[in-house]
Ligand binder design. Structure first.
Ligand SMILES: [Ca+2]
Ligand SMILES: [Ca+2]
Ligand SMILES: [Ca+2]
Ligand SMILES: [Ca+2]
Length: 228
């Protein structure tokens, strides 16, 4: 019931000769309206917050998933023998160098030049503990593919932006697996492969800033089998 309806209703119900509203009536009307509009405000705010969190967390999760899938597709055709020795136990590598099988010639596999996947500092945000480009993320990075490491002019292909320094829930430099994923102090882009280089575990952690300035950090991971 709107304010003027409430007041008119009360007015029509009043005895003849008593045309005005008592202070008590006006006070009750104002109290009812304030509580109604107050409740509406709370509901609206909650709705906006839930919606925003849904969009932001979904956005970053989807972006992380796409980045992981992109890396996995890159590694699917790589040659196991092109991978270096596995990194120290339980410690993930922050880059991977590999060669892709690109065909056959005379019964031999033709390999591409060496390619490299790694995290680099974002061009606008040097690794100094400050948010230099004022985008709400501190020292964010890019996930980059260098298609030919032998060619200094080979352009870097940016596969994802807003790459966190560490995996979600992992604290750097304490020699503890804080997030319980079996890896210690693993970085925001992590590669782990077995002794034979036949299975590579890939983790990519992205960050996005919500409308209220909160930072959402999400890790996506997958494993790929490597050709022998
Ligand atoms: Ca910085
Ligand atoms: Ca930044
Ligand atoms: Ca960990
Ligand atoms: Ca740690």
């Amino acid at each position: 019931m709107l304010a003027h309806q409430f007041l008119r209703h009360r007015s029509l119900g009043a005895p003849r000769g008593r045309r005005g509203h008592s202070i008590v009536e006006v006070t009750i009307a104002a109290t009812v309206l304030m509580s109604v509009f107050g409740a509406v405000g709370v509901v609206t705010q909650r709705g906006a917050r839930v919606s925003e969190e849904g969009i932001s967390s979904t956005t970053v999760e989807n972006a992380a998933r796409r980045a992981v899938d992109r890396v996995a597709s890159e590694l699917t055709n790589c040659q196991a023998a092109s991978l270096p020795l596995p990194p120290a136990s339980q410690r993930a590598a922050n880059l991977i160098e590999f060669q892709r099988a690109e065909g056959y010639a005379g019964g031999n596999v033709l390999l591409s030049n060496e390619r490299r996947l790694l995290r680099v500092a974002s061009p606008g945000d040097a690794n100094d503990g400050l948010d230099n480009d004022s985008d709400g993320l501190v020292d964010e990075g890019d996930l980059v593919l260098i298609p030919d490491t032998s060619d200094p002019d080979s352009p870097n292909v940016v596969l994802a932006t807003g790459v966190a320094e560490m995996t979600a829930g992992e604290i750097a430099g304490n020699s503890v697996d804080d997030n319980g994923n079996g890896l210690i102090d693993e970085p925001g882009v992590s590669f782990v492969w077995d002794a034979n280089g036949l299975v590579v575990r890939i983790l990519v952690t992205l960050q996005r800033v919500g409308a209220q300035g909160q930072v959402y950090t999400r890790t996506s991971e997958t494993t790929v089998g490597i050709r022998n």
